[in-house]
Design a protein around this ligand. Sequence first.
Ligand code: P53
Length: 490
Amino acid sequence: MGFPKGFLWGGATAANQYEGGWDAGGRGPANSDVITNGDPKNGRMATRRLADGTVETVTAMRPDPLPDGAVYDTAPGHYYPSHQATDFYHHFREDIALMGELGLKTYRMSISWSRIYPTGLEETPNEEGLAFYDAVFDELHKYGIEPMVTLHHFEVPLALSNAFGAWQDRRMVELFLKFCETVFRRYRDKVRYWLTFNEINNLPFGFLASGMTRFDPQALAQAAHHQFVASANAVRLGHQINPDFRIGCMLAASRVTVYPKTCAPEDVQAAWEAACRNYFYADVQCRGFYPSYQLQYYKRQGIQVQMEPEDAQILRDGCVDFISISYYRSTLAARQQGKQSGDPLNLGEPNPYLPCTEWGITIDPLGFRIVLHNLYDRYGLPIMVVENGLGAVDTVAEDGKVHDPYRIDFYRTHIRAMKDAIELDGVDVMGYTPWGWIDIVSAGTGEMRKRYGFVYVDMDDTGHGTLARSRKDSFAWYKKVIASNGEDLD
Ligand code: P53
């Protein structure tokens, strides 16, 4: 049996980590453009300008609230990895040729909102930005590659963060819809697959993920609601503009792959609770209403989400066509931990049965099969795997090449697990787009040395290098996997 005919083998990236050209072609700054590089321990920092003109750096995920008169801004003397990233903006023809050589059927990318509406508030879109993505989509179609576009991948126009804290404010719903309508209409015949919010359950990554400036549980719940309404409206509008559009949500599935630390029922319940805090985001988008457990949880926490009378209907009418996921790892939960750690980068305790990467990420292919099965049972919707991959340090060997058997191993075991989910568990998997098919900047730490690609990009942690592209060993391997529709994994 194996992988279905027409399985969408692909590769994935996001604009804020790959595109660069941050001030080219009339683009406005985004939240991601004021976030500096970081390190594995401390993650990334954001810069802001205080009322007296001085600049401070604060944590990029959940900084303290903005003091009066302060704004997020760039400042001299800092390195902002998104500004150049790995420069797709100036390399897109060369990079898409590599995608063609690899045999990709689909390419998952994001559109940078502030390239289309520089502050988010303009009445008319930036034509140069629209033309850039036209050129990208045309180039992809030349090679028979179907674009899959994320509308919101950790990026909002910076002006909206500074004006009202982005997603914590209801005004975002309309502004986002204006952006969606523009790109749906413009690319109506060039893009069929769309994803609304990347890793919507990683919204607690705050400023980095959603451009928010307040991070109390109330603000986070309200922002999630605004994203649900925005997503549902986008789904409905997209289907009106082109009934052939297939529009999905996107869940960080690692966060629902939570194992109990022991078989004590209290640990099992802790694991289930931790998963539910994440499942609920997909529940709303796939089923069209809030699950009762989440409403009770909000009540218990004293959280009151402000909902407009029309919202229930909007959510019902805006269910997604499919669910897409990222999957990197599983985690452990135990009753002793009591409350979940407030640190979104906290990875929990190590699992003694599993190896982990230099960044503390467990490697768990069976967890991948388990979560695919769970999600298919839960929603009965096709599942598109839009992120999976291994962040590792690659070294250029004496022969000038990167030999990365560890990456091939990772993909081999994960693709086998996905095949098991299809063949043994009957899961409907639409396709698979490895994360960072080409080296890009890390979202979590802003590093370059944490590489995911089949293609190596000559650039270091502070942006130095020729940006030259070269094929790693895994490139030829993945090419063979695609050519054999997943049969040849040796
Ligand atoms: P990096 C962790 C931290 C930030 C974003 O992560 C994350 C995660 C893992 O769930 O989510 C996704 O680059 C995200 C991508 C990101 C990828 O994981 O920190 O959708 O933007 O690059 C990998 O190693």
